[in-house]
Design a protein around this ligand. Structure first.
Ligand code: ZN
Length: 372
């Protein structure tokens, strides 16, 4: 059994998939953050960004780039900056949340009304639901198919409309701890790598008695050859500017009527500005806590410590208070959607508890480590 350790600088445990720790017990996301604050020449990166945009900027006001867009603070800040600071004309592409929230709809509307075109892809609701149910049972993750849809949608739209450039937000594996294959991988999204990742989980394997091959079109990533021939290039915005979700939130709420969580904070965490668009997200993050032993508060706190926006002591206080919070606010909607009763849900939760993470003491589940 592996011993889980917690990063000495942030609060991320080593149970996070693919994260790498050094001998001193510091995670690679913290090393990446130190690099962002130290050795990276941001002025040179912005010059590189300007040169890139000059190659692609449309002078006829047609779409010149695609922004995969949830309507959240990060993708909205990127779209806004591209249009208003850099003279680009982005097309926003959204793959519909499973259970959209009012606030997510309202935040999307606010940006569109400020002057953007957007395409909303709404997959077949019956198929989306069947897949969510199946993957919640099998993997404790109702968003497996949704993830495939989100991955495929912007690329499919870029291909269909012959738009040569896509801007993703941040490279998650560098920013939050994970496997960084090469320096280039922090800058450009490699189609081949995306396709390789999908090999074990090709949507074409999801066919069953309910889901037919034709139902899966919306989840399929385009052919590698079509992508190579198209010349489409995908970059991470976070490579060119020091990435911070909190600063994106501050930026976009200054520009449009961006609303935060109406309850003052989001379930499972202390923040109120992140991942607000899907009623199923609190359950998704709770299942991460069950599978990997870190919840939404740990995730948010680690990012904010790395960006010097929160102390480690405050972070620990928040984690002890919120990480294990059961997602009750939208429980009824989630149970209905997944066609479960509460007892079924708890049985599935326990099925996905990992024995490297959890131990049962006096009939109570406890994490195998304490954070200090
Ligand atoms: Zn760390």
């Amino acid at each position: 059994m592996r011993n889980v350790i917690v990063c000495k600088k942030c609060v991320m445990p080593s149970s996070r998939p693919r994260v790498v720790f050094d001998e001193g017990g510091v995670c690679n996301a913290c090393h990446h953050a130190a690099k962002k604050q130290g050795s990276i020449d941001w002025a040179a990166r912005e010059q590189e960004f300007l040169r890139l945009l000059d190659q692609f900027r449309s002078h006829s006001n047609s779409w010149d780039c695609v922004v995969p867009w949830s309507g959240g603070k990060d993708s909205s800040a990127i779209a806004y900056r591209l249009k208003h600071e850099y003279g680009m004309n982005p097309l926003l592409v959204t793959f519909s949340p499973l259970l959209p929230t009012e606030i997510g709809i309202s935040n999307r509307r606010a940006l569109i009304e400020s002057g953007f075109d957007s395409i909303l892809i709404q997959p077949n609701g019956l198929v989306a639901r069947k897949l969510a149910q199946r993957f919640f049972h099998e993997r404790g993750n109702q968003k497996v198919a949704w993830d495939a849809g989100v991955t495929a949608a912007p690329v499919r739209v870029a291909l269909a409309y012959k738009i040569p450039l896509i801007f993703y937000a941040e490279h998650g594996e560098s920013e939050y701890g994970g496997r960084v294959r090469s320096a280039e991988a922090e800058k450009m999204r490699d189609f081949t790598e995306v396709i390789e990742h999908l090999v074990g989980d090709d949507p074409q394997n999801w066919v069953d008695e309910v889901v037919k091959p034709g139902d899966l079109e919306v989840y399929l990533y385009p052919d590698r050859k079509d992508l190579v021939d198209s010349g489409i290039r995908s970059y991470y915005f976070g490579y060119f500017f020091p990435w911070s979700s909190f600063r994106n939130y501050e930026y976009i709420s200054d520009k449009i009527a961006f609303e935060t969580d109406p309850f003052g904070r989001t379930e499972g965490t202390f923040t109120n500005f992140d991942s607000l668009d899907d009623k199923t997200d609190p359950l998704y993050y709770y299942m991460q806590f069950i599978k990997f032993g870190f919840g939404r508060a740990t995730r948010d706190a680690s990012r904010m410590i790395q960006n010097r926006q929160l102390s480690r002591e405050e972070a620990i206080e928040y984690i002890l208070k919120y990480d294990a919070e059961f997602p009750g606010r939208y429980l009824k909607e989630n149970l209905e959607y997944l066609e479960l009763n509460e007892g079924d849900l708890h049985a599935i939760v326990d099925l996905h508890r990992n024995s490297e993470i959890w131990v049962k003491e006096n009939c109570q589940w406890k994490l195998r480590w304490t954070i200090e």
